[in-house]
Design a protein around this ligand. Sequence first.
Ligand code: NAP
Length: 276
Amino acid sequence: MKKLTDKYFVTGHPIGHSLSPVIHGAFFEHFNLKESYAVKDIAPEDFENEMELLRKSDKKGFNITIPHKISAFNASDVLEDYAKNVGAVNTVKIEGGKLYGYNTDGIGFIKALEKCGISVEGKTVCILGAGGAVNSIAVKAHMTGAKQIIILARRIEQAEALCKKHGFGIFDSLENFSKYDYDILVNATPVGMHPNEGKSPVGDFKNCEFVYDLIYNPFKTEFLKMAENKGIKFDNGLWMLVFQAAAAFEIWTSLYPAEEALDEAYIRLVKALEGR
Ligand code: NAP
């Protein structure tokens, strides 16, 4: 039997808790590829040097998480247009001594909604929070035909900076949330995430088509419980995690995981989270 080789990895700092190896493990097995996916902690002060070493290495690609997405953007020799728009990179392909930077967070979000039968086209999407994830999903939702994007943050200047940078969207303080109407409501703050369960970024919300929480631990946040009580369709962020990984996997291998591989990755993630 061929030995498994670590040609791919995820990096961040700290990185111990990453679920990415669970997902990519399912994909590599599905295609019977004798590759494996490791976890590599890179301290911010070592990032640039590590990128130089990677250019000359036999590694094929890696994912990037907090706090390196902007550093990976800066380190990329070639950038896809969407990553260029977002200003952050979560996936790098290494080829011919060059780092090719991509961002798959936005497509992960759009596909997670599609999985629930929801399209952003022609819709008003209200996003709570204005951090890194919002940067990615707002740009993709705009590119995918959302009619209006509303970004509400506890620091209005953060939401304003995002809207001004991208040239679209309405920004306001989270405190003014009740003023707005929307079709799709998205929580992109960490409020309600384990171990701070039982909290929600907003006290109540209006009726709408769909409610999405980027959080997946717990599976059903207080925010999602409110949607459930109102009879609104909802989902957590677990499929977004699977779909952003599937897009990265395709960038590296030119293979897109079949539905059964996506389902297998999802089941493994649920088991991994339950075991925590
Ligand atoms: P981030 O860059 O740290 O941004 C977090 C945002 O939430 C900021 O706007 C922050 O505002 C705001 N926030 C934090 N605490 C708040 C509070 N108590 N009340 C109101 N707003 C608050 O984080 P991120 O990378 O965008 O991630 C956001 C969430 O999405 C996290 O829960 C993360 O785990 C999740 N996520 C999920 C996926 C997925 O695939 N499912 C992918 C990416 C991220 P301040 O700047 O004022 O603190």
